[in-house]
Design a binder for this molecule. Structure first.
Ligand code: FAD
Length: 504
């Protein structure tokens, strides 16, 4: 191949272009992006940029010299407007047609809008108060309007809305957070965890109103479906996003919730999708998914570049998804696919302390884990051991005999409340009892591999797609954690762990 085109100049598109070069491709790479900027990072927009800790010069993904070194045919500030699959050309807004032999589509998503927010639907201009938060310009425009004495209504308490609410509150803004669901983020993280995150907003003085439907942005604020006006100087509409596939209409590619791709992330011969825009079949989870996570964008961009270059050695794209979110002093991290889970178990820490690990079950598998307030990729004493443990099959008993715990090597657990089982008093380690969570009948004692150690691996692994991590997340629950037979009475999955005796 001598002419490759990447449409979408951000995380996924840049990762694809870089990987092509790294893998030895020397032909032309045309990178087309409709934003006027060099590729930049979006997660800081709702965090450091909105909060004023960073200036815009911190967000570019690469220094200009590094970008130059890639030798790209860079077309910025111009949108792709059409795709001719048979003729293998991409049409641009300036009238040009760019030929390709291989194509990567990485056009991401755009914010979903509300009536009256000035989105050009003829329902008003939002009075200049309506904002979305997707681009650098969006973030800078909103940050100029926040501060003491200002009132912000955030519509939607998903991760983006919640992060923005937290930052705005930190700047002294009066924040009202409006959410139609009874518990924010419940479908994603479960009700109990959702309530913990909701409480953090309450505690920081955010006026969180759940179960309310916003109808439109109106003069003076936002109008709810029941006609109530919630007054605000500024309104942030954070109600989800829509894949940028409009330019692919009529191309023959399959479009639904994003660009439909197979397990190789291919949408057609020599055409691949990557990042937020792509919906592909993840064989690791046996399901189609479209993921709006920063890490996935890079990993998928890299994967499709390799598949494009080496069609005979194509590999399915089978990652364990990872995302993080920062709200107030809470760092939230999740590995796996939490949506659609059937059960959540808190296996370490305590919800009320906002420091815990939750494990999510789908069928008989660990589908994912979520940590709040746990250090990212922490290499505590024993950290290396903790990673080796489950992969190498280290048994929990041998850990305990060494007098180690997961956080401090030989230090005792810090004290009451830190015991996963809620045991009062210092706890030096755990023997594990699994109990059926329905009939509370005891299943096992001094169980084998420690479930907590497994979770440590999931949370602290430096790469979400590390082989051990993959195996761990998708292994059947019965083999990932303890020797836990199903309960003979209820045949249900046992999820409760009890701390019996200190094992020092
Ligand atoms: C404010 C914010 C905070 C976030 N925080 C987190 C976080 O904490 N953790 C996390 O995991 N993820 C986070 N994300 C999500 C993460 O940033 C995205 O998953 C990631 O940016 C996706 O990269 P992408 O390249 O697929 O798409 P995008 O970053 O959306 O890039 C697509 C690019 O293509 C361009 N484009 C679109 N249509 C066309 C066209 N027709 N022609 C040419 N160019 C086009 C777009 O303008 C854009 O520049 C956040 C996102 C936002 C907006």
């Amino acid at each position: 191949m001598k002419q490759l085109v990447v449409v979408g100049g951000s995380a996924a598109g840049l990762a694809a272009a870089e990987t092509l070069r790294r893998e030895g491709y020397e032909g032309t790479i045309t990178l087309i992006g409709d934003e006027p900027y060099h590729p930049y990072d979006r997660p800081p927009l709702s965090k450091q940029i909105l909060g004023g800790q960073w200036e815009p010069d911190r967000v570019p993904l690469r220094a200009p010299a590094d970008l130059d070194a890639l030798g790209l045919d860079l077309r910025l500030g111009v949108a792709a407007t059409g795709l001719d699959l048979a003729g293998r050309t991409v049409a641009l807004a300036d009238g040009e047609r760019v030929p390709y032999e291989g194509l990567v589509i990485a056009t991401g998503v755009r914010p979903r809008r509300l009536p009256g927010d000035g989105n050009g639907d003829g329902n008003g201009d939002g009075g200049g108060r309506a904002h979305v938060l997707r681009t650098l310009d969006d973030a800078l425009a909103l940050r100029d309007r926040l501060g003491p004495g200002r009132r912000l209504a955030v519509v939607g308490a998903g991760f983006l809305g919640a992060e923005a609410a937290a930052v705005a509150r930190g700047l002294g803004t009066d924040v009202t957070l409006l959410e139609p669901a009874p518990v924010p983020l419940a479908p994603a993280v479960g009700e109990r965890v959702g309530r913990v995150l909701a409480q953090a907003h309450h505690d920081h003085g955010v006026d969180l109103r759940t179960g309310v439907m916003v109808a439109e942005v109106a003069d003076g604020g936002v109008r709810l479906a029941d006609g109530t006006l919630v007054e605000a100087d500024e309104v942030l509409v954070a109600i989800g996003s829509v894949p940028n596939t409009g330019w692919l209409e009529g191309s023959g590619l399959t479009l639904g919730d994003g660009l439909e791709c197979d397990e190789y992330s291919a949408a057609a011969p020599d055409v691949y999708g990557a990042g937020d825009v792509a919906r592909w079949h993840n064989p690791l989870f046996g399901m189609a998914m479209r993921i709006e996570h920063r890490t996935n964008a890079t990993e998928q961009g890299m994967a499709v570049a390799r598949n494009l270059l080496r069609p005979d050695e194509r590999r399915p794209f089978a990652p364990v998804p990872y995302f993080w979110s920062d709200q107030y002093d809470l760092r939230i991290q999740a590995h796996g696919h939490l949506r659609g889970h059937e059960e959540v178990a808190i296996v370490e820490g305590a919800l009320e302390e906002r420091k815990f690990l939750a494990v999510y079950r789908s069928g008989d598998r660990v589908a994912g884990v979520l940590a709040v307030g746990m250090p990212r990729r922490r290499s505590a004493p024993g950290g290396r051991r903790s990673r080796r443990g489950p992969r190498g099959g280290t048994r929990w008993g041998s850990w305990c005999r060494r007098g180690r715990n997961r956080f401090g090597g030989c230090r005792p657990w810090p004290g009451p409340g830190n015991c996963r089982a809620g045991r009062a008093g210092p706890c030096y380690g755990h023997r594990h009892e699994a109990r059926c969570h329905r009939c509370t009948r005891r299943q096992d004692d001094d169980a084998g591999e420690c479930p907590g150690a497994l979770i440590d691996v999931l949370i602290r692994s430096p790469g979400a797609s590390a082989p051990g991590l993959r195996r761990a997340v998708t292994r059947p629950i019965a083999t990932t954690s303890t020797r836990r037979p199903r309960c003979p009475t209820t045949a249900s999955w046992a999820v409760s762990w009890a701390c019996s005796t200190p094992t020092r």
